[in-house]
Design a protein around this ligand. Structure first.
Ligand code: HEC
Length: 142
């Protein structure tokens, strides 16, 4: 008679090892996913304080010219509107703003991140909020 018990024992032992290893892997996966969730940051656009006056010169115009974001194409003698710092105001007001219906201003919606126009370059959501806030405050040359 052949005694099959030793084989059964080995089988049972490798099953145990397999279970232990799977358990370990599951714990590791749970730890890893816990870590990812811990570090997810929701990027909310900066809220604009309605009592803060938004300056065209120091806040709005740099959105167009910093890193040549818009002035790469919209510079003097190139594609209108001319968005270079000294000429941007004259190019935008009154042609591209509507202070009665700020959201209808083309300087706001044309390059809005959710618009279907102007694929070349879009504002970030917080830049769009700044532009809208500035128009709501009367699109001043301040
Ligand atoms: C890669 C080149 C390029 C860049 C960069 C660019 N634009 Fe434009 N933009 C154009 C072209 C070309 C047109 C004209 C064609 C059209 O109307 O779609 C235009 C049109 C516009 C218009 C419409 C003007 C009108 O008279 O109706 C606005 C407003 C505008 N751009 C704003 C911006 C803003 C704001 C930025 C920066 C966030 C920007 N553009 C960056 C190429 C560019």
């Amino acid at each position: 008679m052949i005694d099959k018990k030793p084989f059964k024992k080995i089988n049972a032992m490798s099953k145990m090892r397999f279970l232990k290893q799977s358990f370990f892997v599951i714990i590791l996966l749970m730890l890893a996913s816990a870590c990812t969730y811990d570090f997810v940051e929701v990027s909310e656009p900066d809220p604009i304080d309605p009592t803060d006056t938004i300056s065209f010169k120091t806040v709005v115009a740099p959105i167009f010219s910093d890193g040549n974001k818009c002035t790469a194409c919209h510079s003097t003698g190139a594609t209108p509107p001319d968005l270079t710092p000294d000429r941007a105001y004259g190019a935008i007001v009154p042609a591209l703003v509507n202070t009665n219906d700020p959201e209808a201003s083309s300087i706001y919606w044309f390059a809005h991140p959710q618009s279907e126009t102007h694929e070349w370059k879009k504002y970030t959501q917080s830049e769009a909020n700044i532009i809208l806030g500035w128009i709501e405050q009367g699109a001043q040359n301040n």
